[in-house]
Write a protein that binds this ligand. Sequence first.
Ligand SMILES: NC(=O)c1ccc[n+]([C@@H]2O[C@H](COP(=O)([O-])OP(=O)(O)OC[C@H]3O[C@@H](n4cnc5c(N)ncnc54)[C@H](O)[C@@H]3O)[C@@H](O)[C@H]2O)c1
Length: 331
Amino acid sequence: MKVLICGGAGYIGSHLVRELSSQPGYEIIVLDNLSKGHLKAITKGINFEKADIRDKEALEHVFSKHKPDAVMHFCASIAVGESVTDPLGYYENNVVGTIYLLQAMQKHNVKYFIFSSTAAIFGNPEETPIADDAPTKPINPYGDTKLTVEKILAWTENAHGLKYVCLRYFNACGAHESGEIGEDHHPETHLIPLILQVALGRRNCIKIYGNDYETKDGTCVRDYIHVTDLATAHIKALEYIVRENNSQKFNLGSGEGYTVKEVIEAARKITGHPIPEVVEARRSGDPAVLIAGSTRAEQILGWKRKYNTIEDIVATAWKYHKANINGYGEN
Ligand SMILES: NC(=O)c1ccc[n+]([C@@H]2O[C@H](COP(=O)([O-])OP(=O)(O)OC[C@H]3O[C@@H](n4cnc5c(N)ncnc54)[C@H](O)[C@@H]3O)[C@@H](O)[C@H]2O)c1
């Protein structure tokens, strides 16, 4: 089976490529514009096409040349704060780009699509853990771009028979067990790499935004899922869509969370560094607790997490960051 991995040079996409390429029966093509991704993150020997999903001609070239059977779509602009200041850029990349990709699929009769959605489509949830069929009410343009794509997918299935799986997740984290690939976003906004940058001497302290929430230690509780566990879920979703010829949406959460202080404490244990912390005011729009369930993924996909504790997750991230102090050093 030929699988086109859009955004395969990025953090989650590169881990998916690493996992999928270790399984028999798949030929992989990575498409990425390298705006945020890294050439060094792509597993050696994998076909790579530098292209932008907003470029229809480039998509036509890639689809004619490689004739994929399925598409996995990781490309997106992903910073929530930036989406508030640049909504048009976010809708252009995340929605218009996806429409062009779906049009290329339709033209080339490609039926299977796996989409990186996000738990941000749920906004401030009424109940946690967030259930698979919880109401969707995004509170920022980023979350809304993803929900818009989910709606487009449903109508496209209705009209053209596309089969798709949406995977909604929160904080992807950790690194491949080899320590060869890991998380290197610019700018970095994710908690674990920011904490580890303190341990590496790249920043003086870690900022905690608010310690007066109604949680066990006053700091926000979030869901952390290891990037390799996410990769496994994507592969199971691909197997499902081909086997069942059915569309579905799955939350990928741990069902339990960790406070910001607990994550910092885990990093102190793993790195042996004191990691100074500074408490700042709450950020607007930060809910106290964001945790997703994964009942449907466990029942239907048979998905099981391998990394169950924050220590295990941080240890893999530390292995990567220690060996690659400046990340990939590419952008
Ligand atoms: N990182 C997380 O915690 C998280 C959580 C939930 C959902 N997601 C979703 O997962 C996906 C991957 O996230 P990530 O953390 O790996 O991000 P990332 O920025 O590391 O990867 C995205 C990749 O897409 C590429 N890209 C972006 N726009 C493109 C375009 N127009 N044409 C071609 N390539 C383009 C980038 O160069 C990059 O390599 C995104 O869709 C994101 O919304 C991420």
